[in-house]
Write a protein that binds this ligand. Structure first.
Ligand SMILES: [Cu+2]
Length: 192
């Protein structure tokens, strides 16, 4: 239990740290700081098809970084996003949600596909080679680090922020999931 609680607290600290970082860079104008988050990416989806930011143009979308072996934060977040998608009803087809792996070594397209079958079908997985993942992590200012857990096994420490991107693919704000799914869905609907 203790390591899981530790990992959770660590994740929480990372979330708060990133929010502080994202909101503190430019105290008098949120514009430039926000404009610096996100950017083009060229990865592949859970079917192994090319998948990039341009595939999401024209619809607001959520971006979340994580890994399929994550014990708590990733499944919880993906479950929350799934609930938001469900509350959106048919409007969900006009939005997007992307789960980008920070662990491409283990998270192959097939692995992502299997993992995402437990969540809302609007969630698309994105993986790629380490270089492509490094680039997208840098664009989103995501922190991700391998943590050995013994026996040659490892976990990943990572930023657990959900990014709300608008129709033009510009970062709007961190998307809050600690509220009723109806409220989160209504918030996302405002960007349709
Ligand atoms: Cu995680």
């Amino acid at each position: 239990m203790a390591p899981i609680v530790g990992a959770f607290i660590c994740g929480l600290v990372l979330v708060l740290g990133v929010i502080v970082y994202l909101t503190s860079r430019s105290p008098f104008s949120a514009g430039p700081a926000i404009a610096g988050v996100g950017g083009p990416f060229a990865l592949e989806d859970q079917d192994g098809k090319p998948f990039g930011d341009t595939d999401l143009r024209g619809r607001p979308y959520l971006v979340f970084f994580g890994f399929t072996h994550c014990p708590d934060i990733c499944p919880t977040t993906l479950f929350d996003i799934s609930q938001v998608m469900a509350k959106l009803g048919t409007d969900a087809d006009r939005t997007g949600a992307v789960f980008i792996t920070v662990d491409p070594e283990r998270d192959t397209a097939a692995m992502m596909k299997d993992y995402l079958s437990s969540f809302d079908p609007h969630l698309r997985g994105a993986t790629g080679d380490q270089k492509a993942i490094d680039a997208v992590e840098k664009a989103y200012r995501v922190y991700a680090k391998k943590v050995p857990t013994g026996n040659g096994d490892y976990s990943m420490d990572h930023t657990a922020l959900v990014y709300l991107m608008d129709k033009q693919g510009r970062f709007v704000a961190p998307f809050k999931l600690d509220r009723k799914p109806e409220a989160a869905a209504a918030d996302l609907r405002r960007y349709l």
